[in-house]
Design a protein around this ligand. Structure first.
Ligand SMILES: [Zn+2]
Length: 57
């Protein structure tokens, strides 16, 4: 199972790669459906990591 850090890296890379290469995002100057999906996954991963960082026991 990937750690929150790994999940964050993976989702961020996927999002950045999409933003760089997606024709539709560039053409419309607005995120396409895939981009929104990837951004949401990235935000979720970021939240998950923040939670794991602040989890003090
Ligand atoms: Zn796109």
């Amino acid at each position: 199972m990937p750690s929150p850090e790994d999940a964050l890296q993976v989702s961020r890379t996927a999002y950045e790669e999409h933003a760089r290469t997606c024709r539709q995002c560039h053409f419309d100057m607005a995120p396409c459906a895939v981009s929104k999906h990837l951004l949401r996954a990235y935000n979720n991963a970021r939240r998950a990591q923040a939670r794991s960082n602040t989890a003090v026991h």
